[in-house]
Design a protein around this ligand. Structure first.
Ligand SMILES: Cc1cc2nc3c(=O)[nH]c(=O)nc-3n(C[C@H](O)[C@H](O)[C@H](O)COP(=O)(O)OP(=O)(O)OC[C@H]3O[C@@H](n4cnc5c(N)ncnc54)[C@H](O)[C@@H]3O)c2cc1C
Length: 388
């Protein structure tokens, strides 16, 4: 796949993932993309090989691997030209259940997630009116006997049509009755299989890349109290506690994308001949690729630092956010260089570049936008005043 000799960790896992990805070449992804179809076969193959259970502890029948192994899996998928967005969430949403769920909840769900009997792929936080301002979300859950009654709406809930379970953040105490805006939010683990379309309506949203994202409408959806994760009112903290893992894993996908673009660009620049010499002999062609490579390697170091701190039990908020920021920027710069290097062919579907270009753009916005990471660094690392 590549002539560039990248120094890597978890080499055996990467080799095995690469072999799996060989069965899903560009043509497979092109067809899924054209039809906005879910890559069911790919997700089944990943699941069967145990990769989606990589981070679930062994006591719950997972592999109990560290986050750097999860990052290696996702990076390799993207480095191979594939896309893990169809299933990556299970790796990090599972962490909320693992860290904050009761022993009974963990025993009930985690082994079934590990064995693929249950899919926990959906994560409902964003709403149309609140957007990035999570504490302004309006979906409510009112206690009625031994159930919560949920009403409201979510948007951009990805993979909801391909998941059994949904991790849902909703307000259980109205904002005007809590001391802090971050209080009064709760996390419910919703088993979506049991609801009619009236109580839970899922509508797909077509996007510029194939992402299986949806909007959800809740109308008196009754969720058993036993599906509350942790304590009522503390949900915002539980969701925040999963953000480092999410940032690290998404950063790894961006690094994989950047490597794919850089491999493609440097190979093409060396073989494509115009004016009687390889285009890569021109510095105007070389330099953007070389710069993207340097940016990617720097971002990769930050990713490794974030993973190391995470694995030693520290809180790498700064490093995980910076890894996500730098690797999303590096993959986008590499995407841009790749299209430019390929000239007109960069726009042709069969080269996969235009598809990967559209896919790479997402990470400037989701799961957290570049601006919000910069705000985090300015406020929490540099001590400047809060800007919002
Ligand atoms: C394909 C896709 C999949 C997604 N999947 C999920 C999912 O599975 N679950 C889920 O819960 N969410 C999901 N999201 C939502 C995603 O996390 C949000 O789109 C993202 O957090 C930005 O929120 P928003 O779209 O409401 O933008 P807004 O909050 O409306 O912001 C719009 C722009 O303004 C900027 N902005 C806003 N406030 C500030 C500020 N104070 N300072 C500086 N800039 C600011 C933002 O950076 C952004 O660029 C997904 C989004 C997409 C597009």
């Amino acid at each position: 796949m590549t002539t560039i000799n990248y120094p890597v960790d978890h080499g055996e896992i990467r080799d095995a993932v690469r072999r799996l990805c060989d069965d899903f070449p560009g043509k497979y992804w092109q067809q899924c993309d054209r039809e906005q179809a879910y890559p069911t076969e790919f997700v089944q193959a990943l699941t069967a090989a145990g990769y989606l259970a990589a981070l679930i502890p062994e006591e719950y029948d997972g592999s109990g691997l560290p986050i750097s192994a999860g990052a290696a899996i996702l990076e390799t998928i993207h480095h191979c030209g594939a896309n893990a967005a169809a299933c990556h969430a299970q790796m990090y949403t599972m962490g909320t259940l693992l860290r904050h769920g009761s022993p009974a909840q963990k025993q009930k769900y985690l082994p079934q997630i590990a064995s693929a009997e249950l899919r926990l792929q959906a994560f409902g936080v964003t709403e149309p009116t609140s957007g990035t301002d999570t504490t302004a979300l309006q979906t409510s859950a009112r206690l009625d006997g031994d159930h919560y009654v949920v009403n409201g709406q979510k948007i951009w809930t990805s993979r909801a049509q391909h998941s059994d379970l949904l991790l849902l953040l909703c307000r259980t105490t109205p904002k005007d009755q809590v001391a802090k805006r971050t209080d009064g939010l709760s996390v419910l683990l919703v088993d979506m299989r049991q609801y009619s379309d009236k109580n839970l309506s899922i509508r797909p949203i077509r996007t510029m890349m194939n992402h299986a994202t949806t909007e959800l409408f809740f109308d008196d959806m009754r969720v058993p109290v036993e599906n509350l994760i942790g304590q009522a009112g503390k949900g915002f903290r539980y969701i925040l506690s999963g953000m480092n893992a999410e940032r690290i894993l998404i950063s790894a996908e961006c690094i994989g994308d950047a490597k794919w673009f850089i491999d493609k660009s440097s190979a093409y620049a060396s073989e494509r001949s115009v004016f009687g010499r390889p285009i890569g002999q021109n510095q105007g062609v070389q330099f953007p690729i070389a710069k993207a490579y340097a940016d990617m390697r720097a971002a990769e170091l930050m990713l490794h630092q974030a993973s190391r701190l995470y694995e030693s039990g520290e809180n790498p908020g700064e490093e995980a956010n910076m890894a996500k920021l730098l690797s999303a920027d590096a993959s986008w710069a590499a995407a841009e260089a790749c299209v430019q290097t390929h000239g007109g062919f960069g726009f042709a579907e069969e080269y996969d570049i235009e598809r990967k270009f559209r896919e790479a753009r997402l990470y400037q916005v989701a799961p957290i936008s570049t601006n919000l990471i910069l705000s985090y660094i300015a406020e929490h690392v540099l001590g400047m005043p809060r800007s919002y």
